[in-house]
Design a protein around this ligand. Structure first.
Ligand SMILES: [Zn+2]
Length: 506
């Protein structure tokens, strides 16, 4: 039995007997249990500590020596660095003079390699599979893959995505919209030595009817028909422990809707939670910012952002997540379904799990689906993903927002059709680089800024003393080209280093 479980049982026993009529036998058992627990802890101090620090090599100190270190803060890289790791946390990171190597420490020489903090994807959806089976609103596959069964599987099997993430160097993810069970992943992933850190918002507040996603016991979309709908959702999700409450698009021109949104946003502040908004037009984004949005996901695509947008974002401390590649992902997934071209993916490390691969390989079984009208087929045939990923307004706004000093975070919208959990972060970073961001800036956006969006910067996001030892080891210099993030060989999570092959699906 796990020690923590044992302790919980004892506490429960003591708690339930206290204040009630305590039976002599129960009291005796409780006291006996406590005595046994203390003697167990005295004999097994290490295992007691292990429970406190799950997934870490608790006592020993290990050193990574010789790599070029990017700490995630944007400070100049350190050649021939030393990273000292004790108890799953970083004790020191810097030059050979900054950090002394304690006697008896296990030293791994990784000269010639590169270290960055573990990557963070601030925009994922655990209920989504990377295909349309979890998006009945976009293409209804219920006859083949009943949505309730798909989403139950997603709830029970997050591990395949944990592996894809760690295999891709991602040690933290933010699920910004899903069923309320996604919020439970935060605590379970934290205890799992082979899971990234998870933050999750739960269901989305929306003007869109939620029906295609509704289950008897859970939902993805909560229509904001009254202010009370919004307030209750905020109260429920906040009490469950959600990190953020997201609005899935904003009817900026609808006064009555905006009144309901304002009342909901006010409740978010009252709960000390953070507002997230999906906004693709300038008026939506500004309406979201006026209501205190802390995280904007998706790009402002209709027009150039203005001074008011910038002032509002700076005032709020808002983080901007451009989410550039997801729309081309949809088109590529439709093309695969239509049998035009299979969904190809650069996945040399085999990070994508088998079930996802099988799902995508059988995509063309839907070639006769009524969604694929002749007019739509024409668009699909003419689609050019390379052009779609460099939409000029998105790119322009990204640079303008960055230059104004608004923090940018990397997020893919993984789980959406054609945007796969884990590996899609490379395409997203490369698209951001095409917009004009430098690899050095992108390293910060994909690490520190992601942790900031998850509200976990005190725990991870940079390679600095006191934080979890979450980092990745690369063969090729990422500051030359962000595509070199693909040269990852190892990932360290809470001080435990593994080859990415350990998380490969091959
Ligand atoms: Zn999304």
């Amino acid at each position: 039995m796990h020690l923590s479980h044992y302790l919980t049982q004892i506490c429960t026993l003591l708690f339930t007997t206290k204040g009630n009529r305590v039976s002599g036998v129960a009291a005796f058992l409780a006291i006996f249990a406590v005595i046994s627990l203390f003697s167990f802890m005295a004999v097994h101090p290490a295992s007691a500590q292990q429970q406190a620090e799950p997934g870490s090599n608790v006592t020993e100190t290990r050193i990574l020596r010789g790599a070029v270190l990017f700490d995630g803060n944007g400070s100049p890289s350190v050649s021939n660095s030393v990273v000292v790791i004790t108890g799953g946390k970083i004790a020191c990171a810097g030059s050979q003079t900054d950090c002394t190597i304690p006697d008896g420490a296990e030293v791994t020489d990784i000269s010639g390699k590169y270290i960055t903090p573990g990557l963070i994807d601030v925009h994922v959806h655990f209920f989504q599979t990377g295909f349309f089976d979890a998006r009945p609103d976009a293409m209804d596959l219920n006859a083949t893959y009943p949505f309730p069964e798909v989403v139950a599987y997603q709830q029970l099997n997050p591990e395949r995505y944990y592996n894809s993430y760690l295999c891709s160097g991602i040690t933290g993810v933010y699920d910004v919209g899903g069923m309320s069970w996604s919020v439970g992943l935060q605590a379970s992933a934290e205890q799992n030595p082979d899971a990234p850190h998870v933050a999750a918002s739960g269901p989305l507040i929306t003007p869109v009817p939620g029906a295609p996603f509704d289950l008897p016991s859970d939902k993805v979309l909560v229509p904001l028909n009254t202010a009370e709908d919004g307030i209750k959702t905020v109260q429920y999700m906040s009490a469950l422990g959600s990190t953020g409450i997201k609005f899935w698009t904003i009817l900026a021109d609808d006064e009555a809707y905006m009144e309901r949104l304002e009342a909901t946003a006010e409740e978010i502040r009252r709960q000390g939670n953070q507002m997230i908004a999906h906004a693709t037009t300038l008026s939506q984004a500004k309406a979201a910012l006026r209501n205190g949005t802390k995280l904007l996901v998706h790009s402002v695509s209709d027009t150039e952002v203005d001074d008011e947008f910038i002032a509002l974002a700076l005032e709020n401390g808002t983080i901007y997540n451009p989410t550039l590649i997801v729309s081309s992902g949809y088109m590529l997934a439709y093309r695969a379904a239509a049998g035009i071209e299979p969904l190809t993916m650069a996945d040399p490390n085999g990070c994508v799990d088998l079930k996802t691969r099988e799902l995508l390989e059988s995509a063309s079984q839907f070639a006769k689906h009524p969604r694929l009208t002749e007019a739509f087929m024409e668009r699909l045939r003419n689609f050019n993903p390379v052009e779609d990923r460099v939409r000029s307004t998105d790119m322009l706004n990204l640079m303008k927002i960055h230059e104004a000093g608004i923090p940018i975070a990397v997020g893919t919208d993984a789980g959406n059709p054609g945007t796969l959990h884990g590996i899609s972060i490379y395409d997203e970073m490369e698209a951001m680089q095409k917009a004009g961001l430098t690899p050095d800036e992108l390293i910060v956006m994909a690490t520190r800024n992601g942790a900031m969006a998850m509200q976990r910067l005190h725990d991870f996001g940079t390679v600095e003393a006191g934080k979890y030892a979450n980092l990745i080891v690369l063969d090729i210099d990422p500051s030359l080209d962000i595509a070199n993030m693909r040269s990852i060989t190892h990932v360290m999570l809470k001080g435990v280093m593994k080859s990415v092959d350990a998380y490969s699906a091959r």
